[in-house]
Ligand binder design. Structure first.
Ligand SMILES: [Zn+2]
Length: 431
């Protein structure tokens, strides 16, 4: 039983409580309100003071397995980046490397304030990341990658084997750790998956009631390839084989035409916008304002460390707002509150967590606390402006998932951070 309090409690995109507090009981929020009132009502609770409290951030598209490749392929063309660096690294990774990469990613997420991740793993050794997420305490929707076509040796797999392993992993991991870990069927993208594979993914998602997460329309070469092979625009092809809907999260969606956007809106498909990745790989600018105007749920993601190069979700809020303003040539296009909502509730909605992403009574106690004891955080006229434009992951002093303190004042509670960094450095020497 804990009483978290702060000068500003940012409950959601609508509500800020000055001198507020959040009462945590078990894995839930029991009360949200005035600091003094709640301190009187819960006099025996452990007290934790922060300057700002907010819902834990949601990284709605990350690649924990690529953590060891941070900085290996900066300033490269996308296809060189992918086929000369990132995929060979993934193909060469054994179980120990996968575990080291996942540990490093979850360490970074937790200490920079991300409490939920949608994690696109690799073809092999997915169980290492599931075990790492369980041990780290992070909330996650994650899945083994399927690649059964036009993929390099070491990643290319037989269609039936890929689907069978996926089914096995769903049975082993979906809904584990009290529902904190959920499975997503995760084909890499249409270019590297056969029609049978994609349709098989839909069948598994329906059979087990799990989500689907894949990349879509990130760059022009990808959509040209899909159109050459299928005669359809990429989102129409995904729709044709069952990869749209309220249980589908598509990363990127940079290159979509009017008719594809109608499909995304009509089917309730979720989109994860990855502005840093899209800029660094010069993929293009996703039409985020247009998606939001159509009622499409847009979340935010950092993508992988080789294309970002951090998992700091605060950076992504800033980039999303600034890029959206430039795209529209309109400084009102993507305001601070909008990116805050994208990085919190919209991400949780994409991941299928119905009671995550707001500080609200009865909801899951996933909370971050920040210090404002630095020049960059002085003064704060508007907490949303601060979180979207000035705050960094370094400002996080408290990370709570399911009511459990995972990180406080620079100290990890569950994770041995020095050992995780050292192991990551050793394994990363191979790349
Ligand atoms: Zn990605």
């Amino acid at each position: 039983m804990t009483l978290l309090s702060a000068d500003a409690v940012v409950c959601d995109a609508e509500r800020v409580i000055e001198d507020g507090a959040v009462v945590v009981a078990g894995d839930r929020i029991e009360a949200v309100g005035d600091r003094g009132d709640l301190a009187d009502a819960y006099p025996d609770h452990e007290r934790v003071e922060c300057d700002v409290l907010a819902p834990g951030l949601v990284g709605a598209h990350v690649h924990s397995v690529q953590s060891l490749g941070r900085g290996i392929a900066d300033d490269e063309e996308l296809l060189d980046w992918l086929f000369d660096h990132v995929l060979p690294m993934e193909a060469s990774m054994g179980a120990d490397e996968m575990r080291a990469a996942a540990d490093l990613a979850y360490l970074e997420l937790i200490e920079s304030g991300t409490t939920t991740a949608i994690d696109h793993l690799s073809v092999a050794h997915a169980e290492e990341a599931f075990d790492a997420a369980a041990d780290a305490g992070v909330r996650a929707l994650m899945g083994k990658v399927l690649m059964d076509k036009d993929s390099p040796d070491g990643l290319l797999e037989d269609t039936d084997a890929a689907l069978a392993e996926t089914e096995d992993l769903i049975q082993r991991y979906d809904g584990t750790d009290g529902g904190r870990i959920r499975y997503a069927v995760t084909p890499r993208f249409a270019v590297s998956c056969t029609e049978a594979c994609l349709r098989g993914c839909r069948n598994l998602a329906d059979e087990y009631g799990v989500r689907i997460h894949t990349h879509a329309s990130e760059n022009r070469g990808e959509i040209e390839t899909v159109e050459d092979e299928t005669g359809m625009r990429n989102v129409h092809w995904l729709d044709e084989v069952g990869l749209t809907g309220e249980d589908v999260v598509l990363a990127h969606c940079v290159w979509t035409d009017e008719t594809e956007r109608e499909v995304l809106a009509e089917t309730g498909t979720h989109v994860t916008h990855c502005p840093s990745s899209n800029m660094k790989l010069a993929s293009g600018v996703a039409p985020v304002r247009d998606y939001l105007d159509r009622g499409i749920n847009v979340a935010l993601g950092n993508d992988g460390p080789p294309c970002n190069n951090t998992l700091d979700a605060f950076t992504e809020m800033r980039q999303a707002s600034l890029l959206g303003k430039v795209e529209e040539l309109d400084p009102t296009a993507i305001p601070a509150r909008t990116v805050f909502e994208m990085a919190t509730r919209n991400g949780a909605a994409a991941a299928g967590f119905d009671d995550v992403g707001k500080l609200r009574e009865g909801w899951k106690a996933d909370v971050v606390g920040l210090t404002t004891d630095n020049a960059r955080s002085t003064p704060i006229h508007d907490p949303y402006s601060h979180l979207a434009f000035a705050a960094h992951g370094d400002d996080v002093t408290l990370t709570v998932v399911d009511g459990e303190i995972l990180y406080r004042d620079g100290e990890h509670v569950r994770m041995d951070d020095a050992t995780i960094r050292e192991r990551a450095r050793e394994f990363a020497e191979a790349y």
